[in-house]
Ligand binder design. Structure first.
Ligand SMILES: Nc1nc2c(ncn2[C@@H]2O[C@H](COP(=O)(O)OP(=O)(O)OP(=O)(O)O)[C@@H](O)[C@H]2O)c(=O)[nH]1
Ligand SMILES: [Mg+2]
Length: 449
């Protein structure tokens, strides 16, 4: 069936309608001023779309021929003027002449089914369209270009090697005089595979953080300047600033791009002893914000008490902590010996009100995120479906490893090895992928992609 859809967002100067399927050029020729049935691949044709005698629009038609097209089928793109009227008229004409309106992601689904890309690459197309900053763009681009797919292919090769070595052992186990691959070598190989799978699965947390914005909590006592800092970072006045202690009573969040990565800043209620119930709830939320953050900015404007030090340090176990000393325009810089002797945290001195030290703080935040080098070869998992498959693959290869520990014979390990291979293959769609799964993946796409 030949499908068509509007591929561009409404409201632009130009709107592009996409067509794909065996009858593309046949149908187009019925509504276009020229016969395109024998048009050469990768050519552009100027003419008009007509509805009987009425000229609907002057357009350019780009022709692609199977298999050298996005979908792998014969396909075309009509560049029209961006009028909603024109675009819906052209779509209606195509449908009257034999096209069907495409479903979400149907062009990409066809590209996948025709072997133009694997499933993880198809998913990267949706991520690429949704990307809003350098980091999410690069993660999607790397996946689209097949870096993750290549990695999975390597794992598959290693797993197949392991399987065949075990089978060999099985086939000749009666021949006691034959030498087999050393079990400890097989064991090492299984471990190497599992390590890589685990590493990929772990990157999901970072991938999620980058997609949603890395959470950074700004915490400290009341009146130290937390909300002022949020304004400085956002270049916008989001929270009330005042010299009254306890001004902020709820958490306030906003996202900022630092060196191409999204950080989600959470301004919190200042920590102090209070009998005000609303403020107490706010302070409870501050503690929750700390527990959800990856990076904690602990702001002080004077030497912190030992009580404050222990309160904060207790709560930041696995987080990156940056000590932010504020109001350096006004105060002597406090001595931080009690703090830094216990664990070396970066200490950044700023005057939030006067925008001093902000670039240094931004750099420290970026460094504290310890992001992998996305521009190069580091692979980051961003998709929950992939994560789920990696976790299951890890579980099955773990059973293989435990089995080897227990000296189980090869035939008892073979099943879990096969399962590991199949589970990883789900990611790229190398295994037969159930329609339901495909449906779930492609309904998240926009129509026209
Ligand atoms: N001198 C000076 N004053 C500052 C600086 N930063 C903030 N202030 C002032 O400190 C006071 C408190 O600032 P806020 O940003 O409201 O402090 P906060 O930490 O959000 O306070 P709570 O919401 O009550 O916890 C305000 O009067 C600010 O103008 C600074 O760098 N230098
Ligand atoms: Mg505040």
């Amino acid at each position: 069936m030949t499908i068509c859809a509007l591929a561009t967002a409404p409201g632009g100067a130009i709107g592009i309608i996409r067509i794909s399927g065996p009858q593309t050029l046949e149908i187009l020729s019925r509504v276009f001023s020229k016969d395109l049935r024998n048009a050469h691949p990768n050519t552009i044709h100027y003419g008009h779309i007509k509805n009987g005698k009425e000229i609907v629009d002057e357009v350019l038609v780009s022709v692609f021929r199977s298999p050298h097209s996005y979908t792998g089928e014969d396909s075309a793109e009509i560049s029209c003027h961006g009028s909603r009227y024109i675009l819906s008229k052209v779509l209606a004409l195509l449908i009257e002449n034999g096209c069907r309106q495409a479903g979400p992601g149907e062009f990409t689904q066809r590209a996948y089914l025709n072997g133009k890309m694997d499933l993880s690459q198809a998913e990267a197309v949706a991520d690429l369209i949704a990307s809003t900053n350098r980091a999410s763009h690069q993660m999607a681009m790397s996946q689209l270009r097949g870096h993750f797919s290549n990695e999975l292919a390597t794992l598959r090769e290693q797993l197949l090697k392991l399987t065949s070595l075990l089978e060999l052992e099985l086939d000749f186990s009666d021949h006691e005089d034959l030498e087999f691959a050393d079990r400890s070598q097989l064991y090492e190989l299984a471990k190497t595979i599992d390590n890589r799978i685990t590493q990929l699965a772990r990157s999901f947390e970072t991938g999620q953080a980058i997609k949603q914005g890395i959470p950074v909590a700004i915490v400290g006592k009341t009146n130290v300047g937390k909300s002022t800092l949020l304004h400085r970072l956002l270049k916008d006045e989001r929270a009330i600033v005042s010299n009254i202690h306890g001004t902020t009573r709820d958490t306030i969040e906003d996202t900022i791009d630092i060196h191409g990565v999204n950080f989600r800043f959470i301004d919190t209620a200042g920590i102090r002893q209070t009998s005000d119930q609303v403020e107490q709830i706010g302070i409870e939320r501050t503690y929750q914000a700390i527990s959800k953050a990856r990076i904690v900015l602990w702001m002080i404007d004077a030497e912190p008490s030992t009580e404050e030090i222990s309160n904060i340090t207790q709560r930041i176990q696995n987080k990156s902590l940056i000590v932010v000393v504020n109001k350096i325009d006004k105060h002597e810089i406090p001595l931080l010996s009690a703090l830094t002797s216990h664990r070396p945290h970066p200490v950044i001195k700023i005057a939030a009100k006067y925008a001093q030290g902000i670039p240094q703080l931004e750099q420290a935040i970026y460094d504290a995120a310890q992001l992998p080098d996305i521009t190069h070869s580091d692979i980051i998992i961003t998709n929950a479906r992939h994560y789920d498959a990696l976790i299951r693959a890890h579980e099955s290869i773990q059973r293989v490893i435990t089995g080897m520990d227990q000296q189980l014979p090869g035939d008892l390990l073979a099943e879990d090895l096969r399962l590991t291979i199949d589970t990883l293959a789900e990611i790229t769609g190398g295994q037969i992928t159930p329609n339901e799964v495909l449906g779930n993946i492609f309904t998240n796409f926009c129509v026209g992609k």
